[in-house]
Design a protein around this ligand. Structure first.
Ligand code: C5P
Length: 222
């Protein structure tokens, strides 16, 4: 199928994980969550007792890291160094520090190489992240930038992480999200368009609508 791989980038709260998994399910494709790989890298460095600002030490840990990424959209148990880290890598404390690891260019090179190897072995895949359309798989026939207004992204994140969109929950979430996006945009320009990348603004769309739009693009580029 020439419409694959499908590369999807977007900021946090854009809905890209939900959409990417659903597209993979519906089209019978594999699914790779590259954000989880950066989260695993931060987890591994912390477990090794390494300061996240100590770039050479973090790089050494990540190069040696035994990480098993699930590629089934319905089975997303992530295992690192033999431990189930599925829940641990979603903890707010880890979300706060993951960008520190993601700005390490040697870490990025290592994870990008692993991502490319997975894509080469399984081209029938939906890959989501921040730099997939630009760096990891710029030749993917289907490339999508999923965006949403700041208010929409904030409300989605607050609901997801705090189970509430009350003012206090929104304020706390705003601090986290904007800080992380600001850090992330120093390494990958996921907030702007480039050639061959179709932008979908999901602010006024349901998940089903976005999934249908992505499917149509993949099928159209076949
Ligand atoms: O998508 P998710 O929120 O799980 O990503 C966690 C972090 O991993 C991001 O905030 C970013 O720092 C990093 N990341 C990245 N490049 C990717 C995917 C994620 O730098 N392709």
């Amino acid at each position: 199928a020439a419409g694959y791989p499908i590369a999807i980038d977007g900021p946090s709260g854009s809905g890209k994980s939900t959409v990417s998994r659903q597209v993979a399910r519906e089209l019978g494709l594999r699914y790779l969550d590259t954000g989880a790989m950066y989260r695993a890298a931060a987890w591994a460095a912390q477990r090794a007792g390494v300061e996240l600002t100590d770039e050479p030490a973090v790089t050494a840990v990540v190069r040696a890291m035994k990480l098993e990424m699930p590629l089934d959209p319905d089975q997303q148990v992530i295992s690192c160094e033999g431990e189930d880290i599925t829940a641990a890598i979603r903890a707010p404390e880890l979300s706060r520090v993951v960008s520190q690891v993601a700005v390490n260019l040697e870490v990025r090179a290592e994870l990008i190489a692993r991502q490319r190897a997975i894509i080469a072995a399984h081209p029938d895949i939906v890959v989501e992240g921040r730099d997939i359309t630009s760096v990891v798989a710029p030749d993917a026939p289907t490339k999508i930038l999923l965006t949403a207004s700041e208010a929409t992204r904030l409300a989605r994140r607050a609901r997801e992480v705090r189970g509430s969109v009350a003012p206090a929950a929104l304020a706390a979430t705003r601090a986290e999200v904007s800080e992380r996006d600001a850090k992330d945009s120093t390494v990958a320009s996921f907030l702007e368009d480039r050639d061959g990348v179709v932008t979908i603004d999901s602010s006024q769309m349901s998940i089903a609508d976005v999934v249908a739009a992505v499917r149509a693009l993949a099928q159209g580029s076949r």
